[in-house]
Every structure is written in structure tokens, then in C-alpha cells.
Unconditional design. Structure first.
Length: 284
């Protein structure tokens, strides 16, 4: 146990870390502190790289759209928070749209997303995107079969037009196991500050797990392509998913001062990988 006397005996940070390392088997809190420290030590240099990346995006007038999809409680929001934490808010936005209005329901489906796309020199993070219509809406009965089929035909053409106009689309799918999702739901319900995150749709997602999987697999097979591939992030370990997804984005671009803050920005292929039909996923 850490006492005041013991704490005062540490001459520096290294002494304290060595103590935690030597005694982590005796106290799970020590191991948790070490894990968080190591995570922060890796995260901060990556965030510094993101600052360099954003400067390059602004200078070169690039348009970057990063889509975060996945089941509820898969870690999308927490990852977006770490992406944007130290970026210039004038050149980046987070888009998390509410359900469509009556006016929007009668528009072309992509209308409300088009106005949210990045301008030159900007980065937009989509916390869910037009892919709601590929999985969530048909599973929950929020769209007709005809609307779903029309979307699945149009979305590759829509993304190809964006690609040809100079917009880079990065599509992440955060893959979480059914057991881990349930654990996170229970944790939310027991936290008065996070109860708002749990909705009836979340609860129904557990009941309709297999139906969700069917639509998800159809989405992958019909909308994965060379100009906007699906990238699977194994997210049972939230911290690891955050780090590796940041690395993946940084690894795609040859920005100025690349690697200045990190020894390596290559993502771990055991955590992040492009979709292919035999990909082993946690939420299959």
C-alpha cells in the first residue's frame, strides 16, 4: 500500500515507476496505473504528429473525411476525442447528426451529409455517417427495403465522385465482442454521468446481434473498394484501438516532418487491418 512515508521516499519518477512494476502483482491498481502511464506516453507523441499532419492538410488544401462506424459502445467517440484533442478547431469538425427532420426525410438521402463534408484544408470526423442506412436503419426498421437497396447501389458511386473531386475518405469499423459490449453497457448504466449514452436502440442491438452482423457483412462486401476501403479496428481494448487507428491515419500520408515526434507510426496489423472476406472480427 502506498503510504505518505513511502511516497516521500521516491527520489524521482523512475523510482516510483519501478516500485509499481515490482509490486503490480500484489495490487491490481498498480498495474492499471502503469498501463495508463504507458498509454499516455505513446498517445502524446502521436497527437503531436496529428498536429503536424493537420498543418500539412491546411497548407496543401487537402480534404479529409474520417468515418467512425461500429456497434454501440465500440469506442468510436473516445477515439475521436483523442484524435481531435490538440488539433486546431478552426480546421476540423466532428459531425454527429441527429435523426433526420421531416424535410430531410423527403430529400435525397445524401443531402444532409454533403453539407458536412470537409472544405479544402479541413478534416471532418464523422461519428457515424451515411452508413447508418447500411446497418442500423434496416436492422431497426428505420428505412424501407427499397430505400436500403437504393442506398447500397448509390453509395459506391457517391464515394467515387468524392474521391475524384479530391476528398480522401477513411472508413473505420470498430469491432467489439458481444460480451465486451454488454459489459460496457452495464458500466454506463451504473455511471450517473454516462447513463445518457445508453438508449433503447443499444439494448435492442444486443437482441438483434446476428441480424446486425448480416447487414454489416453485406455492407463490407458491397462498399469496400480501392479508393475508400473499410478498415477494421479490433476495439475490445479501447486504448490500443485509439493508438493504432491514429497510427493508421498518419501512415497513409506523406506530410511534412513525418515521424518527427514518434519512432514509428506503423499500425499493428493484429489490431488494424483492411477488410477482406476472411478477416477475423470480434463482432462476427
Amino acid at each position: 500500500m502506498l503510504t505518505e512515508e513511502l511516497t516521500n521516499s521516491f527520489k524521482n519518477k523512475s523510482n516510483f515507476l519501478n516500485f509499481l512494476q515490482d509490486n503490480k502483482d500484489q495490487n491490481p491498481i498498480y498495474e492499471s496505473v502503469l498501463e495508463k502511464y504507458e498509454y499516455e506516453q505513446e498517445l502524446l507523441p502521436l497527437q503531436a504528429e496529428l498536429v503536424e499532419f493537420q498543418r500539412w492538410v491546411q497548407k496543401e488544401n487537402k480534404k479529409i473525411a474520417i468515418i467512425f462506424e461500429g456497434r454501440d459502445a465500440s469506442g468510436k467517440g473516445g477515439t475521436i476525442k483523442r484524435f481531435k484533442e490538440h488539433l486546431n478547431p478552426r480546421a476540423m469538425r466532428v459531425v454527429a447528426l441527429n435523426k433526420p427532420t421531416e424535410v430531410e426525410k423527403n430529400q435525397w438521402y445524401f443531402n444532409r451529409y454533403i453539407k458536412e463534408l470537409p472544405n479544402a484544408g479541413g478534416i471532418v470526423f464523422f461519428d457515424r455517417s451515411w452508413y447508418n442506412r447500411a446497418v442500423v436503419e434496416p436492422v431497426m426498421g428505420f428505412c424501407t427495403k427499397q430505400q436500403y437497396n437504393r442506398f447500397m447501389i448509390q453509395v459506391p458511386e457517391f464515394e467515387n465522385m468524392l474521391y475524384e473531386s479530391g476528398t480522401t475518405i477513411i472508413k473505420f469499423w470498430f469491432s467489439v465482442s458481444k460480451e465486451e459490449q454488454q459489459r460496457r453497457f452495464e458500466k454506463r448504466l451504473n455511471n450517473p454521468l454516462k447513463k445518457w449514452k445508453f438508449s433503447p436502440v443499444d439494448e435492442k442491438g444486443q437482441e438483434l446481434w446476428d441480424v446486425f452482423t448480416t447487414y454489416k457483412n453485406q455492407m463490407f462486401s458491397r462498399t469496400h473498394n480501392s479508393f475508400s476501403p473499410w478498415v477494421i479496428v479490433k476495439s475490445n481494448n479501447k486504448k490500443q484501438a485509439r493508438l493504432e487507428s491514429i497510427k493508421y491515419v498518419l501512415s497513409l500520408f506523406d506530410y511534412d516532418n513525418k515521424g518527427k515526434n514518434c519512432k514509428t507510426i506503423l499500425p499493428d496489423p493484429n489490431v488494424v487491418q483492411r477488410y477482406f472476406r476472411n478477416t477475423i472480427q470480434l463482432d462476427r
